[in-house]
Design a protein around this ligand. Structure first.
Ligand code: G4P
Length: 532
């Protein structure tokens, strides 16, 4: 069906897919908007309207999020900058940690780690960073809010090295300490980028480049101190090294203030010039799927209810190879069933436009994709391909779910199956509790339960109650004949995940240790990096 001849590797080379990881309140929404502003994807930032207005600009699903009082969705912003097509996959911004965030990371080729200048590496940033590290993703560090009093720049770089094990490689260095932000030193050519403050940061801030002598004359001691500090880091191995960045051993560091749109352009330029373009992805048999192979993609997110008028479902898939053309019929590698792509879309904030073609690195939104599940592989012509299952992570929270109204058992079961499909929660069975009516829901973060409770009631009309179980430790039970050794009382039991895997769960490490001492032959495996 494809009559055009397209150079897929060329198209892939001019694409970037990245995500921003940060602790809540570090400024992710503000930075996202500032990036879109610089790329001219929007004309005016909502900063003048405050947080709510700003978020409404960038997140199409804000209304639903507001209704729920939490940010639970991942938007994909797609725009072009200097001839490069950028897919910015947004990670959910709530304080709790959910599997959704993990999965987003599997769909991007690099990440921007956003730090608050006053707080440095915070807890959630570190957790997310660990996930990125397990994927070998290159990390760019952006120190935000330099317009406010904060920590010392060298101190922040030390923390990056000590706690994340990343060699900091400053690309820009702030002139003046946090709270006195006029510009940055461009470490590569030793010029100064001077920013002018624009009320409310609504439009891209005018900037001017100054040669070293002029910068020194204007900034005096602050300029020389910036040069000295940047030199100090360069001398201790922090000179820019592209290979080490790609190998995720070292992280380029930039300083800025997203709210004022200061320091954002160098970040975008770096993404275009140095961040990795899509590369061949390993399939489930560990063979590379080359970029110019026929179309293939994997689903990393399924979302329902984005349009309250009717219950739609969008599956977000990351293209890995070949050319996608709207309307083509692809095969779902999991079910071997064909899937028509008539309603492919791309997302940008409130706008939702039809997407006609896509290449590796792009994210396509497939509307009414009720047959698609998180982790599914899609492929076009040629032999079947399967990408490895997305890791589903070791849950740490468990609860028995029961319909509030027994008469609505059917809706309840259907809705639970839907939540499972979307990966909102993991669903398990326990022999103790009978089949069907009382599944055990498992989650990485407790917020996943809140989302499930809310949606069961308001979206599916099947309210449920949750009885929380005391388990916190989980292992894989490799020998089913040993089930009775674990399934003993209130402090441990065996749960069967819906793919048949048996999981031994324990109230705590003590319970696990006691059983292991009692039964030295008990075979329990760690769930390394997840249970997928
Ligand atoms: P998040 O998505 O990571 O949760 O953070 P968000 O962008 O919502 O920013 C959190 C707060 O930090 C916001 O303030 C925002 O204005 C502020 N902020 C973000 N970047 C900068 C910056 O570069 N400099 C300064 N000074 N502040 C910044 P808020 O008071 O919660 O909201 P608002 O009332 O200002 O909109």
């Amino acid at each position: 069906m494809n009559s055009r001849v397209t150079d897929v590797p060329y198209e892939a080379a001019r694409r970037r897919a990245f995500a921003v990881i940060s602790h809540p309140d570090a400024g992710k929404s503000t930075l996202t908007e500032a990036i879109a502003l610089h790329a001219k994807a929007i004309t005016e930032a909502g900063a003048v309207h405050g947080k709510a207005g700003r978020r409404a600009v960038v997140s199409d699903w804000m209304r639903m999020e507001q209704a729920r009082g939490i940010s639970i969705t991942s938007a994909v912003l797609r725009f072009s900058y200097r001839g490069t097509l950028i897919n910015l996959v947004d990670t959910p911004g709530h304080a709790d940690f959910s599997e959704d965030t993990y999965r987003v990371v599997s769909a991007v080729d690099s990440v921007v780690m956003l730090l608050d200048a006053a707080k440095g590496l915070e807890a959630q940033t570190l957790k997310l960073f660990d996930v990125c590290r397990s994927h070998g993703l290159p990390v760019i560090t952006f120190v935000n809010k330099w317009d406010r009093p904060g920590r010392d720049a060298l101190d922040l770089c030390d923390e990056l090295a000590a706690r994340a094990g990343l060699q900091p490689m400053p690309l820009t260095w702030p002139i003046g300490q946090a709270g006195e932000f006029h510009g940055v030193l461009d470490c590569r050519d030793r010029t100064m980028v001077r920013y002018q403050r624009i009320a409310g940061g609504a439009i891209a801030a005018p900037e001017k480049r100054l040669e070293s002598a002029e910068a020194a004359a204007q900034q005096g001691v602050a300029w020389w101190r910036a040069c000295e500090e940047a030199d100090l880091l360069a001398a201790s191995g922090g000179g820019f090294d592209h290979e080490r960045f790609l190998a995720a051993e070292a992280s380029p560091v930039l300083f800025g203030a997203a709210l004022l749109n200061h320091g954002v352009r160098p970040l975008l330029d770096f993404l275009v010039d140095f961040a990795p373009a899509p590369r061949p992805r390993m399939d489930a048999t560990r063979r590379p799927r080359y970029l110019d192979a026929p179309f293939s993609a994997f689903v990393f997110k399924v979302q329902t209810g984005m349009n309250p008028a009717h219950r739609d479902q969008i599956a977000f898939a990351r293209v890995c190879s070949g050319e996608f053309e709207r309307g083509m019929v692809v095969t779902n590698g999991t079910t071997s069933r064909p899937f028509a792509t008539k309603y492919a879309q791309q997302a940008f904030g409130r706008q939702r436009t039809t997407l006609d073609v896509a290449y590796p690195g792009d994210v396509i939104g497939l509307v009414n994709a009720t047959a698609l599940r998180v982790g599914d592989t899609l492929f076009g012509s040629g032999p079947p391909v399967r990408f490895p299952r997305l890791p589903s992570f070791a849950p740490a929270h468990f609860a028995v779910a029961r319909p509030t109204d027994i008469g609505r058992g059917k809706q309840f079961s259907r809705a639970i199956a839907q939540l499972r499909t979307e990966g909102v929660v993991q669903v398990m069975r326990s022999q103790r509790r009978g089949q069907g009516t009382a599944p055990v829901l498992a989650a990485v973060g407790p917020m996943q339960f809140d989302v499930a409770l809310h949606r069961m009631e308001w979206e599916f009309g099947a309210p449920m109650t949750l009885e929380h179980l005391p388990y916190t430790v989980v292992r894989r039970l490799s020998d089913p004949s040993q089930r009775s050794l674990v399934d003993t009382g209130r402090r441990s039991e065996v749960l069967v995940r819906d793919d048949g895997m048996e999981l031994a769960v324990f109230a705590g490490q003590v319970e696990l240790a006691v059983l292991q001492r009692l039964w030295p032959d008990l075979k329990l495996d760690h769930l390394v990096g997840g249970i997928g």
